[in-house]
Design a protein around this ligand. Structure first.
Ligand code: SAH
Ligand code: DHB
Ligand code: MG
Length: 221
């Protein structure tokens, strides 16, 4: 099958099951207008994240990599009224676009976007001894994934779900001699997850409008 067919099937299932959504569409239009790259999750992947968070009854969600807040809005839809989502973003310009998108979606009261290198923000969350998160979504720079996994564990409890985007990378994840730092980042992330006795999980490969990639999904034992 070709990328074109994957995209047509995505359009079909999205049209059928998650038809046009003014708030999410506006988030993408305004992200594009502000020059943000179109590297948000696909709509069916966003719905998948929402379903994961809802079925897990997540009350506290941590996201690493906000961009324009598109995945943030999907995840926030799973939260109860007293839930919270902390999303970490390096670029102040991305965070500014995201905050507007999140506010329009009605989640300004539940979502906090924190600007800075995620490693620094994660360290400050650990230092301030915040309550553990119920779900972590890792989707920032792929080189940072191993560190983000360590921090996610430090901010987790038994039963926390850790989900990581883009861990298959057109199948390059299985190439040990890849010179792509992002491939080496996700390889180190998966090796670390495999070697950590606190984690069990797997990788689900995906195809669609965003190409051939996959989610890592881990449960903290
Ligand atoms: N989760 C978003 C997409 C995130 S794209 C969605 O699906 O809608 C990755 C984001 O991570 C970009 O906005 C990028 O600026 C940010 N990023 C890159 N390096 C980072 C770092 N060191 N710390 C925090 N964010 C980072
Ligand atoms: C990129 C990052 C992502 O999180 C993604 O889903 C797709 C692409 C990137 O950095 O190119
Ligand atoms: Mg991603």
């Amino acid at each position: 099958m070709t990328h074109e067919q994957w995209t047509e099937v995505d359009n079909y299932v999205v049209g059928l099951l998650t038809p046009s959504d003014a708030v999410l569409d506006a988030a993408l239009v305004d992200s594009d207008a502000a020059g943000l790259p179109p590297i948000n999750v696909a709509p069916n992947q966003g719905k998948f994240l929402e379903i994961l968070a809802a079925s897990h009854r997540a009350r506290r969600i941590l996201e690493i990599g906000t961009l324009g807040g598109y995945s943030t809005i999907w995840l926030a839809r799973a939260l109860p009224d007293d839930g919270c989502l902390v999303s970490l973003e390096l670029e102040p310009g991305h965070a500014e676009v995201a905050r507007k998108n999140i506010e329009r979606a009605g989640f300004a009261n539940l979502v906090e976007v924190r600007v800075g290198p995620a490693v620094q923000t994660l360290q400050s969350l650990v230092d301030s001894k915040v309550e553990p998160f119920d779900l972590v979504f890792i989707d920032a720079d792929k080189e940072g994934y191993p560190q983000y996994l360590q921090f996610s564990l430090a901010l987790s409890r038994q039963g926390t779900l850790i989900v990581a985007d883009n861990v298959v990378r057109d199948g390059e994840v299985m190439n040990p001699s890849s010179t792509d730092e992002r491939v080496q980042g996700v390889r180190a992330f998966l090796a670390l997850a495999a070697s950590d006795a606190r984690l069990e999980g797997t990788v689900v490969q995906t195809v669609g409008s965003k190409g051939y990639d996959g989610f890592g999904i881990f449960l903290v034992k």
